[in-house]
Design a protein around this ligand. Structure first.
Ligand code: FE2
Ligand code: FE2
Length: 313
């Protein structure tokens, strides 16, 4: 009881919970699930964009995309490290992804069909991720919050490079304009789904808010995202594919249409256009990396042995 009080007191006074602190089991479990899912999303998220590195239209675009995809790998690594502070091993966390037990963000189960998709992902997918991650900079678990501060700085570069790709296309030929609009059409709704189910259908949300893991609800974040994008799309001279999108003077927010929740759950359950491909690619990468892990372990063992010998000598 005493420990629970200290924990609650820290939450109340906005003091971060650190790995060595006592925490309720359910808090720990929620964080392990959330941070590892987040890590998996960063890593799987490299796949749809990695698909375009060899086909980027210029050296400048290629360098930026390469840097962006590398950033995502870094985000995954910080987050796997943050998960480890909660007492689970990296091996078991990665095994959960490869076996299909763990989830990752469904957005990465959609294909990247044209170069404009790289722009739309940066603008919309990284944009939606930022909304969520800015909130997480203030999350109650210390290592997660600190990882987020660094990640957010890189994410804003991702978002801008995406928007700039679309801006260039939007000022290009008729075919480029059409390609730009087509990518926005395909990525808009899945991006709105990134915020998760409606608040009424999100049973864990309330507890996460009480624990200050989350600071804003799914619907609140989604509304914020719609409001920003509805303005930014005007700069592109493009359209958001939603006939019901309309400024509501009374609410001081944009109204928007219904999300296709059937599609959302279908992709979550593994039936999206690329679920199988993504998992196969991750498993193959893990297997192909086996010799690297073994070599690193052998090297570490050798160095340790050498150090001990010099100490003895
Ligand atoms: Fe990221
Ligand atoms: Fe990103």
């Amino acid at each position: 009881m005493h420990e629970e009080k200290i924990f609650q007191d820290k939450l109340d006074r906005e003091i971060k919970i650190e790995p060595q602190d006592w925490m309720p089991d359910a808090y720990r479990k929620t964080l392990i699930r959330q941070i590892s899912q987040h890590a998996h999303s960063e890593i799987v998220g490299m796949l749809p964009e990695g698909n375009w590195i060899t086909r980027a239209p210029s050296l400048k675009r290629k360098a930026a995309l390469l840097a962006k995809v590398q950033d995502e790998a870094g985000h995954g690594l910080y987050l796997y490290a943050a998960t480890e502070t909660l007492g689970v091993t990296r091996e078991s966390t990665i095994e959960d992804l490869n076996s299909g037990k763990a989830k990752y963000s469904s957005i990465f189960n959609y294909p990247t069909l044209t170069w404009a998709d790289i722009g739309a992902i940066g603008w919309l997918v990284d944009g939606a991720a930022i909304m969520n991650q800015v909130m997480l900079c203030r999350t109650s678990y210390g290592p997660y919050a600190r990882a987020m501060v660094r990640i957010c700085k890189e994410e804003s570069f991702h978002q801008r490079q995406g928007f700039e790709i679309l801006l260039t296309l939007s000022r290009g030929t008729v075919a480029q304009k059409e390609m730009c609009q087509d990518a926005i059409n395909r990525w808009w709704w899945p991006s709105l789904m990134m915020f998760g189910p409606k608040d009424d259908d999100s049973p864990h949300s309330k507890q996460s808010m009480d624990w200050k893991i989350k600071r804003k609800s799914n619907d609140e974040l989604r509304q914020q995202f719609v409001d920003i994008c509805a303005e930014q799309v005007k700069v592109l001279g493009m359209k958001i594919p939603d006939a019901e999108l309309k400024w509501n003077e009374k609410k001081q927010h944009y109204d928007f249409g219904q999300i296709d929740w059937e599609e959302f759950w279908n992709v979550v359950k593994g039936n999206g256009p690329c679920n199988r491909d993504r998992l196969e690619a991750r498993k193959k990468a893990h297997e192909d990396g086996d010799w690297v892990r073994k070599a690193a372990m052998a090297h570490a063992k050798k160095s340790k042995h050498k150090k001990q010998q010099t100490k003895v000598g």
